[in-house]
Write a protein that binds this ligand. Structure first.
Ligand code: HEM
Length: 151
């Protein structure tokens, strides 16, 4: 159960990252060329939103039910790996997911298409930065696929 959850969560990271890059590029082009916010923009944003929330669900399952690296003890903050997986990873990823969610929910209410593109661009670019820094901080490397992790 643990290794299935970890592998799925680990693989989904690439889909989240690819979708984020696609949304950022599309909204940058839309913003700079003042293009209308079209069907593709909407579908890309919706797909990113859904995949990210699936990632959140898997992260919560790992966090509360499966990961041996999530520990609430006096030693958690002294051990770099325990501190990262118990505190830092989820806080950073939750902020990134909040930004992705706000990018979609707030831009949907906007009437000006250039403003929509700008909101999608800025919030998702910040989310991408936080996710990249978060993954780099894990010390497992960008392309790690832990079946059962050692740190
Ligand atoms: C966009 C959101 C997220 C991304 C891109 C992401 C990415 C990752 C990556 C790359 C790993 C390492 C997988 C491996 O070593 O193979 C991981 C593991 C993990 N993530 Fe996330 N994560 C996200 C959200 C979350 C959230 C919101 C939580 C908790 C609420 C969470 C909890 C965990 C846990 C507990 C582990 C497993 C540590 C272990 O037992 O090895 N993740 N995540």
């Amino acid at each position: 159960m643990y290794s299935l959850l970890l592998q799925t969560h680990s693989t989904l990271r690439y889909i989240v990252l690819l979708l984020l890059i696609a949304v950022i590029v599309k909204s940058f082009v839309g913003f700079s060329s003042k293009k209308p916010f079209g069907k593709t923009d909407n579908m890309l944003g919706l797909t990113l939103f859904s995949v990210t929330h699936t990632q959140l669900l898997l992260g919560l399952l790992l966090y509360f039910f499966a990961s041996p690296f999530v520990k609430f003890s006096g030693d958690t903050m002294k051990d770099a790996a325990l501190r990262y997986w118990t505190v830092e990873h989820n806080v950073m990823m939750l902020i990134a997911i909040l930004l992705i969610t706000l990018a979609r929910t707030t831009s949907k209410k906007m009437t000006n298409d250039t403003a929509k593109h700008k909101r999608m661009l800025v919030f998702n670019a910040l989310a991408l930065l936080i996710i990249l820094v978060g993954i780099a901080m894990s010390k497992r490397g960008f392309f790690s696929m832990s079946v059962v992790a050692s740190q």
